[in-house]
Design a binder for this molecule. Structure first.
Ligand SMILES: CCCCCCCC/C=C\CCCCCCCC(=O)NCC(=O)O
Ligand SMILES: [Zn+2]
Ligand SMILES: [Zn+2]
Length: 479
């Protein structure tokens, strides 16, 4: 119930209509087999222009085959994305939306323990690209709905399921179009839930206990192309500087010059408030007494590469292309820099900083994509989406005692839905340890069969929790 989080309370106790989230052996086998099949379809997004469209189409066929989507309104949007509309019995309740994406980043086989699109089960884990990011969610959402419908559950609150096909390359053809379609129908959502927050385990230095982080905001981003052009010529009489040398020096300056540490603003303060007591001595003293230790904490946080990303705009050099032949002075050198913007900064401010760091007019800057950090969604007692997630985490994972709002350092399709709701929450009910975190876009991405079952159970519970009548409880200030 909501009693622990104080704000919203169930009007009625959960009646007999509540369906227990218990699944039979046959159902559990079918569940994991369905996920394996999804992993085997190589729905890779390479870049804005290029994706495996055959696989994207095949994925659509696959979900139709595995789930009884014919019983609910199912639309294909932007050629490959999917929008499901589940009509609730009580039109007075504002609808919500569950989101996920089924495109994945490329996965060259080198370095993987099992082929990345095999979906092989080994030692209790299903392996493959997309097992965490994010076919697990796509399949778990549809699976939970299917299991509820099979048990004759009739939702009271309407909800949508939006499954994007190009999240990894912007969401412009999928999520953006779904959002426009819903807007044209006059839909306003109570809240949305997407990927981007997790149950962190051993990921926050000093904290052993699991921390469920519901991301209430996410960083902005810029993809920036740096280019140097020069006249080609014979390499036996080289000029003093080449396009490659000039560009290399520029990107090296960017890598060597971190953006300013912005500790002291945004969602991190909220997260720190929740976590301060959990750190071991003497860190707990430092975090609880920022009035005295702020400068020290500011430095401590930037020591770890993950927490560093929470306090500053990050700059990652991700692509570098130059040269046409061994003995030709290169005409053009290009690099792509992927920047993630701290919520206290804007695209314009960061571009200005970049220009000053590059400080070389021969290096042209082209903005390929840019957006500001996302607004902070409410996490107070009255925030329905946040409180529903909070409640469901407490009931499905009773071992978790720390639930906190936070920020997602990656980007999600939610960027396209700010017109439909102010309640944007990013949370996947998955334990993520440092190895799991590194496997996002990396090697050996995998999910345990148990973890996947818990994800299905979580959504099964969340949908039912969203249907319980709630009354507001006056806010009680803690003494
Ligand atoms: C003191 C608090 C510590 C919390 C530390 C954890 C912070 C990590 C936050 C979020 C995890 C990032 C998940 C990434 C989501 C992936 C989505 C994605 O790949 N999108 C595409 C992209 O970003 O390029
Ligand atoms: Zn993702
Ligand atoms: Zn991703």
């Amino acid at each position: 119930t909501f009693s622990k989080s104080k704000g919203l309370r169930d009007k009625e106790p959960q009646g007999e209509s509540r369906i227990p989230s218990q699944f039979g052996e046959e159902e559990r086998v079918a569940m994991k087999e369905a996920l394996k099949g999804a992993i085997q379809i190589p729905t890779v997004s390479f870049n804005l222009m290029e994706s495996n469209t055959t696989a994207l189409a095949e994925f659509g066929e696959y979900i139709r085959k595995v789930f009884s989507t014919r019983f609910i309104q199912h639309e294909v949007v932007g050629e490959y994305s999917h929008l499901f509309t589940i009509q609730g019995s009580d039109p007075s309740l504002q609808p919500y939306m569950l989101m996920a994406h089924f495109d994945v980043v490329p996965a060259p086989e080198e370095g993987w323990e099992v082929p990345p699109f095999s979906g092989l089960e080994r030692d209790g884990f299903i392996h493959g690209r997309g097992t965490l990011d994010n076919k697990n969610s796509v399949m778990a959402i549809l699976q939970a709905l299917e299991l509820l419908l099979m048990r004759k559950y009739i939702p009271r609150r309407s909800f949508f399921i939006a499954l994007g096909h190009d999240e990894e390359v912007s969401g412009l053809k999928g999520a953006k179009k779904i959002s426009a379609l819903l807007q044209s129908r006059g839909v306003q959502l109570a809240f949305i839930v997407d990927e981007g927050g997790y149950i962190f385990s051993g990921l926050i230095p000093g904290i052993q206990k699991p921390v469920a982080m519901i991301a209430v905001s996410e960083k902005g981003a810029i993809n920036l192309r740096l280019q140097v052009s020069m006249t080609p010529g014979h390499s036996s009489a080289p000029p003093k500087e080449t396009s490659i040398g000039i560009l290399a020096a520029a990107v090296s300056r960017l890598e060597q010059t971190p953006m300013p540490n912005m500790f002291g603003s945004g969602t991190l303060e909220m997260t720190m408030k929740q976590l301060a007591h959990e750190f071991p001595f003497p860190f707990s003293i430092f975090f609880r007494n920022l009035w005295l230790f702020r400068p020290l904490v500011r430095r401590l946080i930037e020591r770890n590469y993950i927490t560093n990303a929470l306090v500053r705009t990050t700059t990652a050099l991700t692509m570098f292309n130059a040269g046409i032949k061994e003995n030709v002075i290169p005409p053009v050198a290009q690099a792509t820099v992927n920047i993630r913007i701290h919520p206290a900064q804007t695209v314009q401010e960061v571009l200005e900083l970049v220009k000053n760091i590059v400080a070389d007019d021969r290096v042209q800057l082209h903005v390929l994509k840019a957006f500001d950090p996302l607004p902070i969604s409410p996490s107070d007692d009255q925030a329905l989406g946040y409180q529903l997630l909070h409640q469901t985490i407490q009931s499905v994972f009773p071992e978790i005692s720390i639930i906190t709002p936070g920020i997602c350092i990656g980007n999600t399709d939610t960027v396209h839905y700010t017109n439909l709701t102010t309640g944007i929450y990013r949370f996947n009910p998955i334990y993520l340890d440092p190895q799991g975190f590194k496997s996002f876009h990396g090697l050996n991405e995998k999910i345990s069969v148990k973890a996947y079952e818990f994800q299905v159970k979580f959504i099964f519970e969340l949908i039912q929790n969203a249907d319980i009548d709630r009354v507001s409880v006056p806010h009680l200030h803690e003494l």
